[in-house]
Design a binder for this molecule. Structure first.
Ligand code: ADP
Ligand code: MG
Length: 723
């Protein structure tokens, strides 16, 4: 059987690629080797051009077209020296994936020869046929044109292939009317919005150097590795990225023997090659380790500016997938590939800062620095409380629904973990709650120094979806398979809105008199904690008590994507995004439509795969076993033995239940006629998924009865433990 063949192949695995090490080429030499970095630009561009390009990158000034021609030409020469034959505008459609359109540098010159050409306008703008990318109705097919526009702030790079290399240029993807069709455009817009509001806050503290304030992001990526032979023996993994069937293995993750254990040889070789590739592309990968579940791992880079971190994150996912094949493995980035085993997330660490201010979520050492830190913290608290629904909506997907609230990932209820010290500080500012042991108002903002706040070194409170970890916030509800763009756009924008609110309050209260700042701050912070403090929760997010308590506090608990996505329709959310120029009403609606459609499509593919596998793989195995049992029974009876039919009865009962459940699922799939996409998503959520779960339940029970040599699918045990 395919399963047996897979096991044999896996146990006979021989590494094919020669071992690599970093002695021939050091990491220093590798880092940025394939990037058109600032250093390369400085080296290759005329000084004035380099200067104006840096100005464009740092302050967003427009690059004039003659400069663009010179940059393009230098970029082309550099790329051709590296063996490039083509250039590609790389863009990030709403599917969350990465798309590329490749064009050759070669242009026929008319006399029968050809020359390599690359003009400034080709660098700046491209026109891919975008008709097959989701637009959520923004662009009709008759106006299928979409444009890719060079993102000057994200460096171009070379992608290598044994047969040739390509110059890749990160771009934004917009419709001919200028509306965003991609994930990058709103990231850039939201960063601008954050900067504008942050400058007002800094001005209140007398800091007017104007250095650009950017959001920074450090995403930690979790993933599973399984042998490719198992992957191909499982149509569910192939079609859906997760197992739709599979009984719990006798040994799961309960021994906790995998986390931070020694990394298996094949996996380590794989990690090293991934890191090598990522270094070359300028991705500053820093940490690697085993994760909690068997077969689960994590990779995390150093944080970077949010837009660059977003592009790099897409590169990380691409490299993880690509290299896995070379090592005979498949990298599963689905949020829940295996039921009953931990899922994978992507913790997005977020902060903001500038070249002159450094990290603005660093508490600092003087009362003055502390005051600014507390203000930004309070702004985050207010933002998360006001826009908790939005934060849930931007991490909503069919696959992440399996993870959130599954007792190993944060619950679907959004709350903030501040840690005891910082919570105390805010309690003191508020004046002490009724049951607080802290005397009222013992901390004066701007006068007292904060107690040292511990840096949360590990994931000590993994149960919190949004945690302060000493000098940044960590948004942990993001799914392993998602682009981090959406979460970053949401964080940047809601915090920009909150900073706007705070700046306005403080500007009004101080009326230009800096000596009034501290008392105005005290009042503002106390007021924010009074109104929004209910979002702070330091306890166990997995507990039932928290669900009860959260309800009492009036916090949202949007359990599924079908519950969460409609938040994007709310007037407050539309106003938020349009006020800060991040997404227009139409752009937001188009996103909602696209995500709803993706949700329905994912569930649909899962349901179809469930039906097919249950009917053509599991049912036949079950009746073969049933028939063997029946034959044995009949034969024994014939020669006068009484045979206990318990097993036969159970298998027969399960086979019957399985047959019925398949029919029910089919009926559910054929029976729907929904008014709009929200109704459709609800239908998939409330009718199709439960029907699918029944099919799985009977199949998983059968797995525990059917003779092992007859079972057609690689088991959890095999996939998770054989490497
Ligand atoms: P942990 O497991 O404790 O969360 P990791 O080292 O795995 O720690 O990941 C921490 C992540 O947080 C890294 O990607 C790191 O670069 C990022 N980070 C640190 N400081 C900041 C910051 N100021 N802004 C954004 N991300 C940050
Ligand atoms: Mg972490």
């Amino acid at each position: 059987s395919a399963r047996q063949a897979a096991i044999t192949a896996v146990t006979n695995y021989q590494p094919s690629s020669p071992p690599m090490n970093f002695t021939q080429t050091t990491t220093q030499q590798l880092f940025n080797a394939n990037v058109f970095s600032k250093a390369v630009m400085k080296d290759r561009l005329p000084k004035p051009i380099y200067k104006s390009l840096m100005k464009t990158i740092e302050s967003g000034d427009k690059l004039d077209s003659s400069a663009a021609d010179i940059v393009a030409s230098a970029m082309k020469d550099w790329a051709i020296e590296k063996g490039a034959t083509h250039y590609a505008h790389v863009f990030y459609p709403l599917t969350g994936s990465t798309a590329e359109k490749h064009d050759s540098f070669l242009t026929p010159s008319g006399d029968g020869s050809a020359i390599a050409e690359f003009s400034g306008s080709q660098l700046i703008q491209g026109e891919p046929d975008g008709s097959s990318f989701p637009t959520g109705g923004i662009r009709q097919t008759f106006e299928a044109r979409g444009y890719t526009i060079w993102d000057v702030t994200s460096p171009a790079y070379i992608l290598e292939n044994p047969n040739g290399t390509t110059l890749c240029i990160p771009t934004a993807f917009v419709s001919w009317t200028g509306e965003a069709l991609d994930k990058k455009t709103p990231v850039l817009r939201s960063m601008q919005a954050l900067n504008t509001q942050a400058q007002r806050i800094l001005a209140l503290f007398g800091k007017t150097d104007g250095a650009l304030v950017s959001s920074t992001a450090g995403p930690e990526q979790e993933y599973f590795l399984i042998d490719r032979n198992f992957f191909f023996a499982r149509p569910d993994l192939l079609n859906c990225g997760r197992t739709l069937f599979g009984a719990k293995p006798p040994k799961g993750q309960e021994f906790d023997d995998h986390y931070f254990g020694a990394i298996p040889e094949r996996v380590l070789a794989y990690m090293l090659e991934c890191e090598r590739e990522l270094f070359k592309l300028g991705v500053p990968v820093k940490t690697r380790h085993n994760e909690v579940a068997p077969g689960q791992y994590e990779i995390a880079p150093m944080f970077e500016f949010a837009n660059i971190a977003t592009d790099h994150q897409q590169i990380v996912m691409m490299v993880l997938s690509k290299i896995a094949t070379k090592y005979g493995m498949t990298c599963l980035m689905h949020e829940k590939p295996f039921a009953g085993v931990n899922g994978s997330g992507k913790h997005v660490n977020w902060s903001m800062g500038s070249s002159s201010q450094g990290n603005m979520l660093d508490p600092g050492e003087t009362p003055h620095e502390n005051a600014q830190f507390l203000l930004i913290c309070a702004a985050v608290i207010r933002a998360v409380h006001l826009y908790q629904g939005l934060l849930r909506a931007v991490v909503a997907s069919a696959s992440n629904d399996h993870r959130l609230g599954a007792n190993e990932a944060p619950p679907a209820i959004i709350s903030i973990f501040l840690g005891d010290q910082l919570t105390d500080v805010f309690e003191q500012i508020k004046g002490g709650g009724a049951n607080s042991s802290i005397p009222r108002g013992t901390l004066t903002v701007g006068v007292d120094v904060l107690p040292p706040l511990p840096k949360d070194a590990g994931d000590r409170n993994r149960t919190s979806p949004f945690a302060f970890t000493g000098n940044r916030f960590e948004f942990r509800a993001v799914g392993s398979n998602q682009s981090i763009a959406g979460p970053l756009v949401a964080m940047n924008t809601i915090i920009a809105e909150s900073l706007d609110y705070c700046a306005t309050e403080l500007e009004n209260a101080t009326a230009g008199d800096p000596s009034k700042l501290n008392s105005a701050l005290q009042t503002l912070l106390a007021d924010i904690m009074e109104k929004h403090g209910s979002i702070v929760f330091n306890g166990d997010g997995y507990s039932d008590e928290w669900h009860e308590e959260a309800k009492k506090r009036g916090l949202l608990n949007l359990k599924t994507t079908a519950d969460a996505l409609p938040v994007l329709k709310e007037q407050a959310i539309k106003d938020l995004f349009s006020k800060y120029g991040v997404l227009s009403g139409r752009e937001l609606e188009s996103r909602l439509e696209t995500y709803l459609e993706q949700y329905c499509l994912s569930v649909k593919v899962e349901a179809n795969t469930t039906i097919e596998m249950a009917r053509t793989m599991i049912f036949p195995a079950a009746i073969r076993y049933q028939s063997q049992l029946a034959t044995t029974c009949a034969n024994l009876k014939l020669i006068g033995y009484e045979f206990d039919t318990d097993t036969l009865d159970k298998v027969t009962e399960l086979v019957k239940a399985l047959q019925d459940s398949i029919v029910d699922l089919e009926t559910a799939m054929s029976n729907h006629d929904c008014a709009d996409s929200i109704a459709e998503a609800n239908y998939y959520c409330n009718s199709v998924i439960p029907a699918m779960n029944f099919v799985r339940q009977y199949c998983d029970e059968l797995e525990d009865y059917v003779a092992d040599d007859m079972w057609p699918l690689p088991t959890y045990q095999e996939m998770l433990f054989i490497r």
